[in-house]
Design a protein around this ligand. Structure first.
Ligand SMILES: Nc1ncnc2c1ncn2[C@@H]1O[C@H](COP(=O)(O)OP(=O)(O)OP(=O)(O)O)[C@@H](O)[C@H]1O
Length: 225
C-alpha cells in the first residue's frame, strides 16, 4: 500500500542560504502517533511547514495523502476568536451546512475533553485546555494529519499527559484513526510513540521504538545538560 506521507530526497534552502533539509527521505506508512526528536536547527519545523504546504521544496518530492493541520507550541498563536465555539467555527470547512455546524463544533470539543464549552471565553482556559482547543480546531477542519510542533513545551506535567492521552486516543480509535507527527525535545514523550525517529542535519533517520530511541538519546542529553 502507498504510504500516507512520503518525502523523497527533499531539500529546502531558506532565502538567506541556510540549508534546512538536505535530501531528506522518509515515509509514514499508517495512522498512529509518530514522533521526531532532534537538536535545535535540525530542520523539524521546516519539515512540518513543507508537509502543510506552507513551503515548497527546492528539490525532491513531498507526497501527502492526508489533510494536514498544524498545532503550534503556543496555542495563543493560533486561537483567534474570543470563545471556544467561535474559534472552532472559523476552522469548519465552508461547505458544511449551517444546521450541522453546531453539531460538528460540539463533537470536536467533546473529542478533546472540552464538552459543552462552546461559550467559554478563551482567555479563561488553562494552557493545556487552550492546546486541546487548538487540536479541536484541527478536528473541526476535518484534518487527518496532526502536525504538532512541540505541543507540550509550555505545559506542566499533568497537562502534558492529558495532551498525549488525547492525541493517542485520536490516533488509535477504531473508526478513522488519525495520523500525528509530533515534534518533541522532551525525551520521556518518546515512550508514547508508535514509532520515533531522530532528525539530524536536515535528514530523518529510520523509525524505531520510541522507548529504545529515548534510551539511546538519554546519555547524550545528560552530557549536554
Ligand atoms: N524563516 C526562516 N528564515 C531563515 N532561516 C530559517 C527560517 N526558519 C528556520 N530557519 C533555519 O533553518 C534551519 C532549520 O530550522 P528549523 O526551525 O526547521 O529547525 P528545528 O529543528 O525546528 O529547530 P528547533 O528545535 O529550534 O525548533 C535553522 O538553521 C534555522 O535557523
Amino acid at each position: 500500500m502507498a504510504p500516507l506521507l512520503s518525502f523523497e530526497q527533499v531539500s529546502f534552502i531558506w532565502p538567506c542560504g541556510t540549508k534546512a533539509l538536505d535530501q531528506c527521505s522518509f515515509s509514514i506508512p499508517e495512522p498512529g502517533l509518530w514522533m521526531l526528536v532532534g537538536s535545535n536547527g535540525s530542520g523539524k519545523s521546516t519539515l512540518a511547514k513543507l508537509i502543510s504546504g506552507l513551503l515548497q521544496p527546492e528539490h525532491g518530492q513531498v507526497t501527502c495523502m492526508l489533510k494536514p493541520a498544524l498545532v503550534f507550541q503556543n496555542p495563543d498563536h493560533q486561537l483567534l476568536l474570543p470563545s471556544c465555539g467561535s474559534d472552532l467555527l472559523l476552522n469548519l470547512p465552508s461547505d458544511i451546512p449551517i444546521k450541522q455546524r453546531q453539531q460538528r463544533i460540539g463533537d470536536s470539543l467533546e473529542q478533546v475533553g472540552l464538552a459543552a464549552m462552546e461559550s467559554r471565553p478563551i482567555h479563561t482556559l488553562s494552557g493545556g485546555q487552550k492546546q486541546r482547543l487548538a487540536i479541536a480546531g484541527a478536528l473541526a477542519s476535518e484534518a487527518t494529519l496532526l502536525l504538532l510542533d512541540e505541543p507540550t513545551a509550555l505545559l506542566d506535567p499533568a497537562s502534558q499527559q492529558r495532551i498525549l492521552a488525547t492525541v493517542q486516543q485520536l490516533c488509535h480509535r477504531s473508526h478513522a484513526p488519525l495520523t500525528a507527527l509530533w515534534v518533541t525535545h522532551r525525551l520521556e514523550e518518546l515512550d508514547h510513540a508508535d514509532g520515533a525517529a531522530r532528525m539530524e542535519n536536515g535528514r530523518v533517520g529510520a523509525w524505531q521504538s520510541g522507548h529504545l530511541l529515548r534510551q539511546n538519546l538519554q546519555p547524550l542529553a545528560g552530557r549536554r545538560g
